[in-house]
Design a protein around this ligand. Structure first.
Ligand code: HEM
Ligand code: HEM
Ligand SMILES: [Fe+2]
Length: 443
């Protein structure tokens, strides 16, 4: 059951996010087909790899941001003990963002793109994204200011969301000097996923853990301070791990290597923190599935971002792996572990409440978790093996790109297989969330 009527605006955000997630995965499969097989040139001319890739990654960013926004709208009425400032603004914002997103996807098909990976959206549409983001920030800030029941969780969330919006601005202008252009590109990409998004994650996970375990706020928030401090310190200095080979001064090799190697620490702390909360829990956990997703998120976050990130972060290794399928392996494991599972945790927590009950049948959700998580692991390994091969063949033996690709095709076929299983997992989750029915609590 929801406590505040305005929490309902979260529902359409979640539904759109889930649909875009499914579409993202289907296009991911198509990308793997492009690598695994030689496609007819006529087809490639009409629907090139770069277009499909732009759709895959922009859908990813869009569904995750919509999920965060819906999650925020679901959470802040309870946290600040007041209705949202305006539900109408929240709906207008959703329409603006979704329309812009759809326009961008159609635009990509006709070559309307700025060309930079992950930030392909053209300038005109960027303006609408900024408008949507401003409506969102205004609505959230006004709700919190009006309620005036500030907590560390609210502050962290608002800080994370505001810096997320601010950083996007650095990716809008185009610099003719490509070194400078890439320099600022990382301000969005890196400082998003290893800075702003981590703050949002910290706040949301802390809140959900507090809700489902009943652990005291002071305990949760004390840790949040430490985590955020460390996340900001290592995340900001860690940006240096992207400045090795783009024409920036040499000292970045040292600076980026050392500080980014510390980045797994706050993530590890988050896992330890999560387990402490379970031990100290005061309530019986009503829906174990939420719990599985939350713990899974903490652990997978550590594996995908912390371990997989650490593997290639030192310049001595990155020299060989830079921009190879090793990077792609890490990109998938980290995004899935940290942010897909975070969103799914929020959905599983919020959906029964939005539908007006507390307890639901847990089986399908558990299957959804294990199928997606293990399939993503195999997918990550397949890209990883392809990446190690690629690094060796191209960077050690000096083979040409296409000759090396031919040796990697087997692993892209494995990627298609595991990707299909992953898609099944996503369908299970979407079906389960949409068709969820109340169940009796077993004592
Ligand atoms: C949840 C957090 C993270 C996410 C979502 C994430 C995601 C990504 C993505 C998508 C890329 C590829 C960007 C591109 O070139 O297109 C990337 C690159 C990279 N990431 Fe992460 N990452 C995370 C955390 C980390 C951490 C903690 C480390 C280090 C300890 C790390 C180290 C790296 C490095 C070194 C690269 C550059 C690879 C190259 O040179 O090609 N990442 N990350
Ligand atoms: C069926 C499942 C999926 C398959 C087969 C797949 C396949 C691919 C392929 C082939 C690429 C292009 C890599 C390149 O440019 O060399 C790609 C890019 C990417 N995908 Fe997926 N994908 C899938 C699902 C996902 C999911 C669930 C996520 C996130 C949660 C994701 C995140 C990404 C990211 C961040 C990139 C850019 C990586 C980079 O720049 O290094 N993908 N995907
Ligand atoms: Fe980074």
């Amino acid at each position: 059951m929801i406590t505040y009527e305005s929490q309902r605006v979260a529902y359409p955000y979640f539904i759109v996010a889930l649909l875009l997630f499914a579409l993202q995965v289907v296009i991911g499969l198509w990308l793997a087909v492009n690598y695994a097989f030689t496609l007819p040139q006529g087809l490639v001319d009409v629907f090139p790899f770069s277009t499909a890739r732009a759709m895959h990654t922009n859908l990813l960013v869009l569904w995750m941001l919509l999920g965060f926004m819906g999650g925020t709208y679901f959470m802040i009425p309870v946290e600040s003990r007041s209705e949202l400032f305006s539900t109408r603004l929240a709906y207008v914002q959703l329409i603006v963002l979704v329309t812009t997103g759809v326009a961008a996807l159609i635009g990509f098909l006709f070559g309307w793109t700025q060309g930079r990976p992950l930030l392909e959206i053209p300038f005109t549409l960027d303006i609408f994204i900024v408008i949507g983001a401003l409506i969102f920030l205004f609505n959230v800030a006004m709700t919190l200011l009006r309620a005036n029941n500030w907590t560390v969780i609210q502050g962290t969330l608002l800080g994370g969301l505001a810096s997320l919006a601010l950083l996007y601005l650095f990716g809008i202008p185009f610099y003719k000097n490509l070194a400078i252009d890439w320099y600022y590109w990382w301000w969005v990409i890196h400082l998003w996923v290893e800075g702003a998004w981590e703050l949002v994650t910290g706040a949301i996970i802390a809140w959900i853990l507090m809700q489902i375990t009943g652990v005291e706020r002071q305990v949760v928030e004390k840790w949040l301070y430490v985590e955020i401090g460390l996340f900001l310190f290592t995340g900001i200095t860690g940006t240096g791990h992207h400045y090795y080979w783009l024409g920036a001064p040499r000292y970045w090799l040292w600076f980026g290597g050392i500080f980014s190697a510390l980045e797994p620490l706050p993530i590890l702390l988050m896992v330890v923190d999560t387990f402490r909360h379970v031990k100290e829990r005061k309530l019986q956990i009503v829906n174990p599935v939420v719990w599985i997703f939350a713990v899974g998120c903490a652990i997978y976050h550590l594996i995908g971002a912390g371990v997989w990130g650490f593997i290639h972060t030192l310049p001595q290794i990155n020299y060989y792996t830079h921009g190879s399928q090793v990077t792609v392996s890490h990109g998938h494991m980290a995004f899935f572990g940290a942010y897909a599972l975070l969103n799914l945790t929020v959905f599983y927590y919020a959906f029964p409440k939005l539908k007006g009950f507390e307890h639901f049948h847990q089986n399908m959700g558990k299957w959804g978790f294990w199928v997606t998580s293990s399939a993503m692991f195999v997918l990550g390994l397949a890209f990883g093996v392809a990446g190690v091969l690629q690094s060796y063949l191209e960077r050690v033996l000096g083979m040409g790109f296409m000759i090396a690709q031919a040796q990697m095709q087997l692993w892209f076929k494995v990627a298609i297989g595991s990707g299909l299983v992953f898609l099944v997992g996503v369908i299970i989750i979407i079906y389960d969330l949409l068709r969820m029915k109340p169940a009796e609590v077993r004592r």
